[in-house]
Design a binder for this molecule. Sequence first.
Ligand code: FES
Length: 104
Amino acid sequence: MIICSCNRISDKQIRAVVTELLEEDPNALLTPGLIYKKLGFRAECGTCLTLAIETIINEIDHPSHNGCQVIHLSRLQEKIRNKKKNATSQRAVNKQTRQGLRSW
Ligand code: FES
């Protein structure tokens, strides 16, 4: 499934990079920006970031992985969901997501 239509990044690519990065450093803080950079891309419109985060979390949650970054990403995901409920447009959500990721 395509996660990022701007860069044509699939969930399989994201999962593979997450696995690779966790093998290198089990305590690595994985963000969509880091994953995209590893794949040779960068976020363009930001529409995919919520789905990218969910994909990262699902892969990290896999029993073969163990890392504290799940907590951080889960908090960010919860923050995004709360903002989504109150947002009147997808653009507002994307702006808030990018700001949240920059503050990391
Ligand atoms: S859909 Fe991923 S940056 Fe636009």
